[in-house]
Design a protein around this ligand. Structure first.
Ligand SMILES: C[S@@+](CC[C@H](N)C(=O)[O-])C[C@H]1O[C@@H](n2cnc3c(N)ncnc32)[C@H](O)[C@@H]1O
Length: 219
């Protein structure tokens, strides 16, 4: 039987709340209004069950964490967990990150994008669905503040090659003039031998798959 999710007052409000609906947004998003305070903004694309958001938001209470997830079951699961953890510095929206980034996220407004285990779309004819592509990278760079970071982890060697190509990383230096490669530091929820400690990373590590990571900074 499907689990009935508890409604959390701070979660279930439509506006100024943890749970946001795309129709509540009017033009570009104002993160200060959405979070009710100023502070560094992190966006996770494809939160899954929200493990990264939960751990990082708890570890960095002064920062604001915004999750984007389009799968209803993962979104609902993450909302429920965020509510139960009582976190006030997390918001999450159920929508497609591609259009959300393009239509709603202002220029120079984000301190860090986190993209952990994006869907790899392994079939060649589906590669065009992969999130990391030149058009989306343009938006990621546009939205990042100067000095802002983009952190990526994947288990998929072929997708990782594409990611490096899109970011044109060579010999430790990004060829893209606005990006510089930096060390990928493990996230707050990562345990020994993990990079990000998300559900998918744990599943893939159990299968002994290699994990590839990349971090860049907007210069
Ligand atoms: C392989 S899962 C990884 C989840 C989580 N980051 C982790 O590491 O456990 C990829 C997630 O990205 C979500 N996703 C894929 N494309 C998306 C898009 N365009 N917009 C929002 N979410 C997306 C999927 O629904 C899925 O939950």
């Amino acid at each position: 039987m499907a689990r009935i999710l508890k409604e959390y007052p701070s979660v279930s409000l439509r506006k100024e709340s943890l749970r946001l609906n795309p129709e509540d947004l009017d033009g570009k998003i104002d993160f200060v209004r959405i979070f009710g305070r100023a502070g560094p903004v992190h966006i996770e694309i494809g939160t899954g069950k929200g493990t990264f958001l939960l751990n990082q938001a708890r570890a960095q209470p002064g920062d604001n964490f915004f999750g984007i997830e389009w799968a209803r079951k993962y979104y609902r699961f993450a909302v429920d967990r965020i509510g139960r953890w009582g976190l006030t510095n997390v918001r999450i929206i159920r929508t497609d990150a591609v259009t959300f980034l393009a239509d709603f996220v202002p220029d120079n407004s984000v301190d860090c994008f986190h993209i952990y285990f994006p869907d790899p779309w392994p079939k060649k004819r589906h590669h065009k669905r992969r999130f990391i592509c030149p058009a989306n990278l343009e938006h990621l760079i546009r939205c990042l503040k100067t000095g802002g970071q983009l952190k990526i982890a994947t288990d998929h060697a072929d997708y990782f090659e594409q990611i490096k190509q899109v970011l044109t990383v060579g010999a430790g230096q990004c060829a893209c003039p606005r990006l510089e490669q930096i060390d990928f530091l493990p996230t707050a929820g990562a345990e020994a031998s993990e990079w990000v400690g998300t559900n998918f990373e744990r599943k893939y590590l159990k299968d002994q798959r290699p994990i590839y990571t990349l971090a860049v900074k907007k210069t």
